[in-house]
Design a protein. Structure first.
Length: 115
């Protein structure tokens, strides 16, 4: 009878040179893995920042739509002592809308120095 050859899954013990080569491979792979994880963190942080910014933008726009208005700095003209002494008329320069407010103490005193 002639001999037959087969392959079997059996325990193999590494020699010192193989252990050394595997150690270098492990060190290289560990360094690459750490580098990949750091790159992933940076990319994730970048995307997290972009997502948060976009969430803030959509939240603001949603509020504007829901409310139908927002507060802005609007240029106004002031007419002191109008319609009467101690009052001032505020006039929006964008729409012409006007309203009357009481003058503050400093505004009342300021008229001493106004021409």
């Amino acid at each position: 009878m002639r001999p037959e050859k087969v392959s079997k899954h059996l325990k193999y013990t590494f020699d010192d040179d193989e252990i050394k080569a595997l150690s270098y491979d492990l060190a290289r792979d560990t360094r690459e893995l750490r580098s990949l994880n750091e790159a992933k963190k940076e990319v994730m942080a970048d995307f997290t920042g972009k997502i948060k910014a976009k969430e803030g933008s959509t939240d603001r726009t949603s509020e504007q739509i829901a409310n139908g208005y927002e507060y802005r700095m609007i240029s106004c003209e002031i007419e002191y002592d109008s319609p009467k002494l101690g009052e001032k008329t505020m006039i929006r320069t964008d729409s012409g809308e006007s309203w009357v407010e009481d003058m503050s103490e400093s505004e009342k005193q300021g008229e001493l120095f106004r021409e």
